[in-house]
Design a protein around this ligand. Structure first.
Ligand code: SF4
Length: 73
């Protein structure tokens, strides 16, 4: 089982993650940062379990994040 990890505090709100995977990402109207939909918060990170068929695209999304605050494990 894979996970997306989002280090949200350093997100710059560029919106690339939403453009690549709108099923997982939204831009918050409150603070302009990306929100990982349905994730849970553990310490400072937001975590979402994803199905195996989302891993490849999720890794691409992580690569495109300009500040590298998305990780896929
Ligand atoms: S791609 Fe990275 S910096 Fe841009 S909104 Fe998404 S998480 Fe934030």
């Amino acid at each position: 089982m894979a996970k997306i990890i989002h280090y949200r505090s350093k997100c710059i709100g560029c919106n690339i993650c939403f453009e690549m995977q709108p099923e997982y990402w939204r831009l918050s109207k409150k603070d302009g940062k990306a929100t990982l939909v349905n994730s849970h918060l553990k310490k400072d990170t937001h975590i979402l379990v994803i199905p195996d068929d989302s891993i490849v695209l999720s890794k691409k999304t992580a690569e495109h994040c300009p500040v590298k605050v998305i990780k896929v494990f």
